[in-house]
Design a protein around this ligand. Sequence first.
Ligand code: SAH
Length: 467
Amino acid sequence: MLLTITNTNWPATDLGYLLHKNPARVQSFALSFGQAHVFYPEASGERCTAALLLDVDPVGLVRNRRGPAGGGGTLEQYVNDRPYVASSFLSVAIAQVFSSALAGRSEDRPELAETALSLEANLSVLPCRGGQGFLRRLFEPLGYEVVAKGCPLDEKFPEWGESVYFTVELRGRVRLRELLTHLYVLVPVLDNEKHYWVGDEEVEKLLRHGAGWLADHPEKEAIAYRYLKYRRSLAREALARIVTEESPDPDVAQEIHDNEEEAVERPLSLNEQRVRAVLAALQSSGAKRVIDLGCGEGKLLQALLGCRNLDEIVGMDVSHRSLEIAGERLHLDRLPTRQRERIRLIQGSLTYRDKRLAGFDAATVIEVIEHLEPVRLAAFERVLFEFARPATVILTTPNVEYNVKFENLPAQRFRHKDHRFEWARREFEAWAGSVGERFGYAVRFLNVGPEDPSVGAPTQMGVFTLV
Ligand code: SAH
């Protein structure tokens, strides 16, 4: 059984850090059902492939009574597909051999673990008893491009037809932990013959590894039933507990809390902190319909899509290219219908009055105003606060005072060459206060990022509420 994972994000050998396996070495691990070997058939800056080879011991399986369920006669116990196909053994191997990567932990490179990479997974033989259609329905909603090649029962006798086995390639822009998690859950779903006893523990595993994606998966019922080996009562329990943000289950809430704590401890990029701060302000405003103005490449939109209590999400930007990238990042062409209906991208400029901007509960304007010519600010103010007039506006901009803390930023320079200005805290507060007064909004100010006693935080945020 062979699984390969390829990274093509330069420097591709970062894959070694994420998997905690040195590309220059072959490593072997003893597992209860055989041996796992990890090695890298290729490792260059452009392309790096890690291979996980499982050498399943069918005789050992029989001795340990871990043969295929329903066993059949003695011969079937010894002669079966277990050594060759991707099955629940692969999940066990992923969990043991790549445990840190599966959990998204990387002590050396935490930011790398949180970065979506161009990844490919190749499964040499994947049994798929629901056919290719089912395979696609499982992986495509998660944003993967699926290439599947059926294997004939016997190449010499084409009239015998196809087998249930496929060689499968999955390609996507995802975090490594997401790819591993999807394989961990979905490979056993495709393979009906599980070697393990299914009980409450498997419900917990399914919920833990399904966190963040299973609740919205169009095939979640099929996934739960098959993962839990058609034990209806367990599947019902799992489905009832798949959490939505509105009604967190206490156990899962605890887990989310743990993850948050872990996240707090590891350094977050400023961008991530900004997204979190915006989400928090948005949640407390109770908004259901949100427009992200100057959405750029859609980082915030991606997070908004994950907020289940938002019914309508619109991203607007003046740049076609940015919108194109945002569309790709969000996998708009592959989203399940229900998700697809929640989100739209529109092209437009913030300095022209635009009817499409009206009717939203909240607008976010994240790191955008500093890109506007100062003389265009007055037009922007009217477009947003007078005509679009959402109940809440969440706006962020750099705090120029903090620039002295960036070691690689020369004095008197802005953080980005397209910035037309960067404001000190007093300047931003004065501008926001005057906008609030003129258009009837109350403003409160928040800091995003590490706060310095003398120069403040890197990002300043104003939350405007219609009074
Ligand atoms: N909000 C995004 C992008 C910030 S970069 C983020 O936080 O990642 C600033 C964005 O503002 C760019 O995508 C740029 O195209 C957009 N922008 C600049 N001037 C604009 C205008 N007049 N109208 C709409 N978008 C504008």
